[in-house]
Design a protein around this ligand. Structure first.
Ligand code: CP
Ligand code: NVA
Length: 300
């Protein structure tokens, strides 16, 4: 089984991951050893930069008794044009699972088609499922559950927005998205996810934030879009979580950002560092959720 997008999991599987991540976190905090992946090897093939995803997956693997190998495309034959399908078959003979961070989601799909070992999406232009699973764990910790919550997304209809849309479709919480014209989430994905009527594209930041339990945003220009930074600064102006936007939300609202953040663009410094922000918990939870994902995919 692969984990390429949230839609690869049903509600039961997501709930199981949330439960086992919480147990693994508790074990870690209490210093109880847990080595179910002794002798197993995880490869990470990354074509984009990473701090959290790389370090949390590598650390998770070590904590679980296994080991990890990191390959940047520049250091491997992938960077010299070796076909993905060849790499996938070769790697399947060496390692027990692979995390891939790349650009087009189609590249990940192709890799997965040729891989005989589980493939995990470490971020593509279209999806970031492991991040959103860790974020839902953070919501459960802070709010006691996800049911009945109003989650809002302010900013780009990007990979993170897509994974939130799929999470809302699977778990049923309300999701309101405010995105600038020309940067809306993928229409096909919205149509696929929209059946239950809990996902709403709204026309203003205020409409998204009003009464929200969770405020969520991400950078205006994602990896690979750096050359659009200046144009996007114009288009996204106002799509920012600041004190005024926070004041519209529920008084106990939490503010989330997957990081890295651009302070005083999509989120102000005072909100990011303020009492409603849970960004450091989100980042820490990447470790515990990665462990839950690895156990699920590698122990059957
Ligand atoms: N949030 C996230 O995926 O961070 P990295 O790019 O540092 O992995
Ligand atoms: N949308 C961002 C997320 C980074 C974790 C990007 O793709 O660069």
């Amino acid at each position: 089984m692969h984990l390429l997008r949230i839609f690869d999991l049903d509600k039961k599987a997501i709930d199981e991951l949330l439960r086992s991540a919480a147990v693994l976190k508790d074990r870690h905090r209490r210093g109880i050893p847990n080595h179910p992946l002794r002798g197993r090897v995880l490869a990470l093939i990354f074509e984009k930069s990473s701090t959290r995803t790389r370090v949390s997956f590598e650390t998770a693997m070590f904590h679980l008794g296994g080991s990890a190998i990191f390959l940047s495309s520049a250091d491997s034959q992938i960077g010299r044009g070796e076909p993905i399908k060849d790499t996938a078959r070769v790697m399947s003979g060496y390692v027990d699972a692979v995390v891939i961070r790349t650009f087009g989601h189609d590249k990940l799909d192709e890799y997965a088609r040729y891989s005989n070992v589980p493939v995990i999406n470490g971020l593509t232009d279209a999806h970031h499922p492991c991040q959103v699973l860790a974020d839902v764990l953070t919501i459960v910790e802070k709010k006691g559950g996800y049911e009945g919550l109003k989650v809002c997304w302010i900013g780009d209809g990007n990979n993170m927005a897509h994974s939130w849309i799929e999470a809302a479709a699977r778990l049923g919480f309300e999701l309101r998205l405010a995105c600038p014209q020309g940067h809306l989430p993928d229409e096909g994905l919205l149509a696929e996810a929209g059946g239950a009527g809990n996902i709403h594209l709204v026309s203003s930041v205020e409409e998204a934030a009003r009464g929200a339990d969770v405020l969520n945003t991400d950078v205006w220009a994602s990896m690979g879009q750096e050359h659009e930074q200046e144009t996007r600064e114009g288009v996204f102006k106002g799509f920012e979580i600041n004190q005024e936007v926070l004041a519209l939300a529920d008084k106990d609202a939490i503010v989330m950002h997957c990081l890295p953040a651009h302070r005083d663009e999509e989120i102000t410094e005072d909100v990011l560092e303020g009492p409603h922000s849970v960004v450091w918990d989100q980042a820490e939870n990447r470790l515990h959720m990665q462990k839950a994902i690895l156990e699920r995919l590698l122990i059957s």
